[in-house]
Design a protein around this ligand. Structure first.
Ligand code: DBS
Ligand code: DBH
Length: 208
């Protein structure tokens, strides 16, 4: 009895918490307002990209302090799906997770694989534009509890991009009704810090 009450309490807390998150005020745009890279080439897009900018209807500039730059790697599989590996720095630990993107309909337009296992109603991904060797702009939309969340990511092959490319990204996200408040340029993870961690790792290895 006490145990089931505890579970009920926890479930209620979960419901309250999910309701506490305000619904985004800016609606997801009609897909006709989200361009698609002409003749997108799956093979050339492969490899590692750094997240240089993020904007979306659930993002605010105040989040910036907590937002550490991360990377995304695209690996083309034999069945022409992408195996996508994300690396995120959280509490000084590198977390890795993997997703599958399945190309649907047009080139450069994808759906998330195993949608149901994430409790999502819908998840689409679209390559807005890229030159493959320098930058990419990608559009994401997810539907969760009948609410649409969208975000636009600016990727770079290096961890920074020319100011003109950042300005292009800003101009594009503003065409989708987002404002400067909705744009985050993640902080670069200092090379010193990474090197220090690596050195520490080596010391540990020697000890073992
Ligand atoms: O993967 C996503 C696609 C995504 O995380 C969001 C939108 C489209 C998004 O808005 N995410 C925020 C709210 O869940 C976030 O804080 O990550
Ligand atoms: O909730 C998410 O943001 C999410 C869920 C499943 C996500 O970003 C993803 C897969 O890539």
């Amino acid at each position: 009895m006490a145990v089931s009450l505890l579970w009920m309490g926890l479930a209620l807390l979960g419901v309250l918490q999910s309701q506490a998150q305000p619904e985004p005020k800016i609606p997801a745009p009609d897909l006709s307002r989200v361009p698609l890279q002409d003749n997108f080439q799956l093979d050339r897009f492969q490899g590692k990209w750094f997240v240089v900018g993020v904007a979306g209807n659930a993002f605010t500039r105040e989040d910036q302090g907590q937002f550490k730059m991360y990377s995304t790697a695209f690996d083309l599989q034999k069945d022409d799906t992408y195996r996508v590996t994300f690396k995120v720095l959280r509490d000084d630990e590198c977390e890795r997770f993997v997703r599958t993107y399945v190309q649907k309909g047009q080139r450069g337009h994808f759906a998330l694989g195993n949608l149901k296992s994430y409790g999502l109603q819908d998840y689409i991904i679209r390559v807005v534009r890229t030159n493959y060797n320098e930058y990419a702009i990608m559009y994401f939309k997810k539907t969760l509890n009948n609410v649409d969340y969208f975000k636009i990511v600016l990727y770079g092959r290096r961890d920074d991009l020319r100011p003109e490319l950042k300005k292009d990204f800003t101009n594009f996200v503003k065409t989708l009704r987002l404002t400067d408040e909705n744009i985050v340029f993640p902080v670069k993870i200092s090379k010193k810090k990474i090197q220090k961690k690596k050195r520490k790792g080596r010391v540990n290895e020697r000890k073992e």
